[in-house]
Write a protein that binds this ligand. Structure first.
Ligand code: FAD
Length: 125
């Protein structure tokens, strides 16, 4: 392949996207502003249309319709994300994840490098 990197698979894309979504949910404020709640809902809504795997986005759209994002608190959003990921796991025959462990799995950030902890949620508007 060119540039010495291999093509992105559906699995690579899935892992990267779940890392993004669970990290975001784990950093979501306990008391989100209206704007933050709107942003979270819109992000999920956009993914149901433009996630670059047609089969995945179609199924995700059905899931989100049945169980819309719960964005009232960081905890609620993280648990919703976990539940929704489990619905995808179920569909493709992967084991279910215990949502009591979602904060332990996704809240820790690697902050060893100088300045890398601005991975927490950005400025308020
Ligand atoms: P992943 O499922 O990618 O999970 C990554 C890590 O997250 C795991 O190693 C585990 O530590 C953790 N984890 C697992 N479950 C949970 C959970 N419930 N809550 C919190 N953390 C968890 N693939 C298809 O083949 N068909 C589809 O229809 C499909 N739809 C998708 C829809 C979306 C929105 C996304 C983001 C991905 C979708 N995928 C789909 C990809 C699929 O979900 C996996 O990402 C891919 O198969 C790679 O799986 P994996 O075993 O590496 O772990």
């Amino acid at each position: 392949q060119q540039h010495g990197s291999k093509p992105t698979s559906k699995e690579d894309l899935g892992r990267a996207t779940w890392t993004f979504l669970h990290t975001l949910a784990a950093q979501f404020p306990e008391h989100p502003t209206r704007q933050q709640q709107r942003d979270a809902r819109q992000l999920i809504d956009s993914l149901t249309r433009i996630y670059p795997c047609a089969d995945c986005s179609k199924h995700f759209q059905e899931l989100v319709r049945r169980d819309p994002p719960v964005v009232s608190s960081g905890r609620d959003f993280a648990v919703w994300m976990c539940r929704t990921h489990n619905a995808v796991n179920r569909r493709i025959g992967k084991p279910s994840f215990n949502c009591d462990l979602v904060a332990a799995r996704w809240a820790p950030l690697d902050c060893d490098e100088h300045n890398s902890c601005d991975m927490t949620l950005g400025h308020k508007r």
